[in-house]
Ligand binder design. Structure first.
Ligand code: AMP
Length: 121
């Protein structure tokens, strides 16, 4: 599919410095910051600095350097916050994934026992 990035989304504004954020970690290719409505004691969002709207967009079109920088940031975030007992990483995409902000972001959620990801049958 063709990916159509909207540069007016709120995370693009954070990257441009137009909206403040509580930065946890930053490198050349990625920014990690606290989610404004945390769903657990640890709730950090890791985003690439490039204009990618979703995980599949990033995986298909980001350069190896951007992808390495992004995952290095994920590693640094997990080192900095308390996820020693585990965590969940979630990337919602588009309509079926109920993605609210159309700039790829990985939720790192932990710091407490979480429920099952989907209801068990
Ligand atoms: P998603 O539904 O996966 O697109 O999640 C978007 C996330 O962005 C939600 O968890 C929001 O709480 C979070 N969010 C929205 N605006 C901001 C903001 N200005 N700073 C930090 N997190 C935000």
């Amino acid at each position: 599919m063709a990916f159509d990035y909207d540069s007016e989304n709120i995370f693009a504004k954070i990257l441009r410095g137009e909206i403040p954020n509580r930065t946890v970690y930053e490198n050349e290719h990625a920014l990690a910051f606290e989610d404004i409505r945390p769903q657990a004691p640890v709730h950090v969002l890791v985003i690439p600095k490039g204009p990618y709207m979703s995980l599949d967009h990033f995986a298909q079109e980001a350069s190896p350097e951007e992808q390495a920088g992004f995952f290095a940031a994920v590693g640094e975030v997990c080192r900095k916050v308390d996820v020693s007992h585990g965590f969940r990483a979630i990337a919602n995409a588009r309509l079926h994934g109920v993605q609210d902000v159309p700039h790829f972001h990985l939720h790192i959620i932990g710091g407490a026992q979480l429920g099952r990801m989907l209801p068990a049958d």
